[in-house]
Ligand binder design. Structure first.
Ligand SMILES: C[S@@+](CC[C@H](N)C(=O)[O-])C[C@H]1O[C@@H](n2cnc3c(N)ncnc32)[C@H](O)[C@@H]1O
Length: 223
């Protein structure tokens, strides 16, 4: 998803450093995120938050956990911020990093994160772009380096090719999952993930009749 540049996004981001943490600041928060949130609650990350519906709703519904959305596009970060500022009560357990998911190991130390979400990640369908997919093995390696042993990675998409590729990539990496934690039609099997929170893309594509593919996988035990 490429959004058209919005001139207002940058000044709005600059005005709200308590919500949007820019790349350089995120790098210096490494190992110190408990201080940022002023508590030691679990931290859940979403890489590629788009317009922010998923991470905002998750934070509101789960005040006992901390949430960080990582988003690389300035305009998307601006839109997430607008959506947060429009709330009656700003959730104190939610931050947005204006940065790159590929830098996750530079933002967090091992065990600092409890769970990672990837929602409708860009598919990069061409074989020569495989390394850019957020489920490519080098990304899995970096997720492993911030998650605990058997830490959770939750992934959903309407793109069957990307889903099949990712499931294979998870398996090759030694990740595991329970059969009850994978679905090839999540919206018809919602009992598998009753707390499902819709993303913007999920709603848009399911309204067009696309199936939603979903998996909750664990990082390897021995890594
Ligand atoms: C297809 S959109 C999906 C948005 C949202 N997750 C949803 O499901 O509606 C993918 C988003 O991921 C962001 N993105 C892609 N690569 C990224 C990266 N390396 N780090 C952070 N964000 C990234 C894009 O800018 C875009 O906003």
């Amino acid at each position: 998803m490429r959004l058209r540049n919005k001139k207002w996004a940058n000044p709005l981001i600059e005005k709200n450093p308590q919500i949007v943490i820019k790349n350089e600041q995120a790098l210096s928060n490494k190992g110190e995120w408990g201080k940022v949130f002023q508590n030691n609650n679990d931290i859940y990350i979403e890489i590629g938050s788009g317009k922010g519906r998923f991470i905002i709703e998750n934070a509101i519904k789960n005040p006992d956990k901390n949430f960080i959305g990582i988003e690389i596009q300035e305009t998307a970060v601006g839109i997430i911020l607008q959506n947060i500022l429009a709330l009656e009560i700003i959730p104190q357990n939610l931050k947005i990093i204006f940065g790159d998911g590929a830098s996750i190991e530079n933002y967090f130390v091992k065990n600092e994160i409890n769970k990672i979400y990837l929602n409708h990640s860009d598919p990069w369908p061409k074989a020569r772009h495989e390394k850019r997919r957020l489920t490519y093995r080098t990304f899995l390696e970096s997720y492993k380096n911030v998650l605990p042993k058997e830490g959770q990675l939750e992934f959903k998409t309407d793109n069957r090719q990307l889903f099949d590729y990712s499931v294979e990539s998870f398996r090759d990496f030694g990740m595991t999952w329970d059969e009850s934690k994978i679905s090839y039609d999540l919206h018809s099997e919602i009992e598998k993930n009753p707390a499902n929170i819709m993303t913007e893309y999920e709603e848009k594509f399911s309204n067009k009749g696309q199936l939603e593919y979903w998996i909750l996988a664990k990082m390897p035990k021995d890594k």
